[in-house]
Ligand binder design. Structure first.
Ligand code: ADP
Ligand code: MG
Length: 734
């Protein structure tokens, strides 16, 4: 493919080369620098069709030679191909006419997707990105056999992938090649006599961390031809080296309406490294190790998570552990145990859920944000879409989870997710893969990431008496994938309200100051003015300087915190020791017991082995924060208290003090619910009997006392219903 007819005597740009001398130099280069590689190559051919050359060696061969590679890659690859196939005397006689030369170790002309300009057209470039969409691999014509219907002669016409992308095919423009015929058709295409090549198209998207302030990620269309087609799936993070080109986009009438960049891939390097990418100098390593010994380590770290948000220390700690993550494992039978910790925040509007999520975007070494339905067509998991350009062929498009390998997905408004995600997320969050099968395409994508989700209750406000799963429009099975669930209620509380309001006022005061002095904004996807101010006010101050900090600034510099996390995830893989093991086991068993004990006939689906795994992950994460190779009882205790708090937060039955996780996932708070039902029944009965809508208070209280409830409790329940607006005092109704 991409074969062009070059004239041997053509001068190549301003270089010293003609095509002919370039071919000779290529042969010299191959012999001198890649002799052993070539021997290996001919040995494996045709099982292996790519001969890899090194750009580093190319530059060493000659500066001019290297420049020709960058500025005239089409000529260079063709010269290399001819040199390899025709100009080298191999010790054995081989036909390698189908060989392709590919270039590796090319870091020279690395360009961000948003930075492509027309000067880059027909240059060799390399781009880093994440595969967002990929078509399935299909065969296209390499050479099409046109048989002349007048004389029967077959004319072979080489195709280019450019033509294919532009939806057209090269034809025998010069007419039938048979000398005595020469007619311009008609022709018939003979597949049996044609040759084919594998072909795939992908869409590459800029990695989240390189996106410019507030910008949308840009993407680039990439064409992959030959044996490297099919090596990537959506979600892969890769560096592609190839030739940039522009193709014509045509409208229905075949008129050119615009041009668009397309990269013709020559070499693909996988770099799914995640935290590995963060570079840590020896000095920083020393600083990190020093800090891990700080007795106030946890306090300082927690204070540096979203300092502009008041309170929520428990949630901030949980998020911190999520950033460090547990240790992923592969069991002896080969199945995958995730180390990633998933967290769900459910609650009333306006209590800083979205803000917390956005904050995590800033500290995590790698993170992606998604919000409700609006985000992308592919949603959180993936989808099969009909490709706009390519005659409606099915293409797999990766959603946010597969696009965030080794990172953290902040999924806001998760209650509003797509139907497909609702089912796909079970697999995505537990096995950490996304399988999509549609229209004959089956593909499994990797989704090794953790999820920090926020959801608003279905009815606007959180209702204590309803089951959680019901309220946020999410099946219990999916909810149970979250290691930690927090319910945030916006209840009026004067003392707390004052503190939060003061905090916000202070943030705004120092925020407006920062706005004048600091004009650079951190990158995040959709800025809202208040966020801008808050972020500015959190611009990392220099640590250890002892000066008074701006209000709401983190204790630990964000950049350093990111390095600390990356270091821990890269280097520390704690194992749970004996004592910690015993503690976790005890806690788990007691949870199970309580779970049965609270109400004997309960369906014991609730506290399951999944919670046990969650405890292990959290314990490992705690040890990781301390950079310890062993997770001790001390670490387990922290994990246990976090889980206990989270369970109590969502499921503690205020009546009997037991943790009732059923109510979390499926049902209501059993005992409370029964009492409320009793109250409602009493009132219904009275209203029917007396044909009225007013029920005397004493009647209800007496009814409750008859049912064995203390007078004090009865009064409390009624006043709670009044407070929640479920009952009205006479004269108060609207
Ligand atoms: P949610 O996503 O929960 O609906 P937001 O994250 O959009 O809420 O927050 C609404 C606003 O309220 C934000 O601007 C935030 O600064 C403010 N806010 C609410 N609670 C707090 C708090 N505890 N500390 C600081 N700001 C808060
Ligand atoms: Mg919100």
């Amino acid at each position: 493919m991409m074969e062009e007819n070059f004239n041997l005597n053509d001068r190549i740009g301003n270089s010293k080369y003609t095509m002919e001398t370039l071919i000779d130099d290529c042969a010299r280069f191959l012999k001198n620098r890649h002799w052993d590689d070539m021997l290996r190559f001919i040995n494996e051919y045709p099982g292996q069709k790519s001969m890899y050359i090194s750009f580093k060696k190319l530059i060493r061969h000659g500066f001019d030679f290297g420049n020709v590679m960058i500025d005239f890659p089409n000529e260079m690859f063709e010269a290399m191909r001819i040199a390899l196939i025709e100009k080298i005397d191999f010790p054995i006689d081989v036909d390698i006419s189908g060989a392709t030369v590919r270039i590796k170790e090319f870091g020279q002309n690395k360009i961000s997707i948003h930075a492509f300009r027309e000067t880059n057209i027909e240059q060799l470039v390399s781009v880093e990105g994440i595969v967002r969409k990929a078509t399935n691999v299909e065969a296209i014509y390499a050479k099409t056999a046109y048989q002349c219907l007048r004389c029967g002669h077959v004319t072979l016409v080489p195709q280019s992938s450019i033509a294919y992308v532009e939806n057209r095919m090269e034809e025998p423009y010069g007419g039938c090649e048979e000398e005595t015929c020469g007619k311009r058709g008609p022709f018939k295409i003979r597949n049996r006599l044609s040759s084919f090549v594998d072909f795939q198209r992908i869409q590459l998207q800029e990695p989240p961390e390189t996106i410019q302030n507030g910008g949308q990620p840009q993407s680039l269309e990439v064409v992959i031809v030959g044996d490297i087609a099919g090596d990537v799936v959506p979600g892969n993070r890769i560096i592609i080296t190839g030739i940039l080109n522009a193709i014509n986009l045509t409208n229905k009438d075949g008129k050119t309406v615009a041009c668009k960049y397309v990269l013709y891939a020559n070499y693909i390097e996988h770099i799914d490294k995640g935290f590995q990418e963060v570079e840590i100098s020896p000095d920083e390593e020393r600083e990190i190790l020093e800090m891990s010994q700080d007795p106030d380590l946890f306090d300082k770290l927690v204070a540096s998570v979203a300092p502009s948000i008041y309170g929520y220390e428990d949630i901030k700690l949980a998020i911190l552990l999520q950033l460090f993550s547990g240790v992923p494992k592969i069991t002896v039978d080969g199945s995958w145990l995730r180390g990633d910790i998933h967290i769900m925040l459910i609650g009333d509007p306006g209590i800083a859920k979205s803000q917390l999520l956005r904050y995590v975007l800033r500290i995590a070494p790698r993170a992606n944000f998604s919000t409700g339905l609006g985000s992308t067509k592919a949603g959180l998991t993936a989808s099969a879409v009909k490709d706009e350009l390519k005659n409606g062929a099915w293409t797999i498009e990766a959603g946010v989870l597969p696009m965030t390998n080794e990172g953290i997905v902040c999924a806001d408004e998760m209650d509003k997710m797509r139907e497909e995600d609702r089912s796909g997320l079970h697999e995505a969050m537990e096995q950490q893969t996304v399988t999509i099968s549609k229209a004959g395409l089956i593909m499994t994508l990797s989704a090794k990431c953790s999820v920090l989700a926020a959801a608003n209750p279905k009815y606007g406000r959180f209702d204590e008496y309803e089951g959680l799963a019901d309220q946020i429009n999410m099946p219990p099975a999916l909810l149970s994938r979250f290691d930690l669930i927090y319910v945030l209620q916006d209840k009026p509380n004067e003392a707390l309200d004052t503190k939060i309001a003061n905090h916000i006022l202070n943030i705004h005061r120092s925020g407006s100051k920062a706005r004048i002095t600091n004009s650079t904004l951190p990158g995040y996807s959709d800025p809202d003015p208040l966020m801008v101010k808050l972020f500015e006010s959190c611009a990392p101050p220099k640590p250890h300087d002892g000066e008074v900090k701006e209000y709401g600034s983190p204790v630990i510099e964000t950049e350093f915190m990111r390095k600390y996390i990356a270091y821990a995830r890269k280097k520390v893989f704690p194992q749970i020791n004996q004592e910690a093991h015993a503690l976790l086991l005890d806690f788990y068993i007691s949870l199970r017991k309580n779970n049965y004990g609270a109400s004997g006939n309960k369906n014991p689906i609730s506290i399951t082995a999944r919670q046990m795994e969650g405890m292990i992950r959290l314990t490992e994460a705690v040890a990781r924060v301390r950079l310890k190779p062993e997770a001790s009882a001390e670490d387990a205790k922290v994990a246990i208290s976090i889980i206990h708090d989270s369970l109590r937060n969502v499921g503690m039955d205020s009546e009997n003090g037991q943790i009732d996780i059923d109510s979390v996932l499926v049902g209501r708070k059993t005992s409370l619910k029964d009492k409320i039902k009793l109250i409602m029944d009493l009132m219904d009965g009275y209203m029917k009997d007396h044909q009225t809508r007013e029920v005397p208070l004493v009647y209800v209280v007496e009814g409750l006392v008859d049912a064995g409830i203390s007078e004090k409790d009865a009064a409390e329940h009624i006043s709670r219903l009044l407070r929640d607006g479920k009952l009205f005092r006479k004269g108060e109704e609207e």
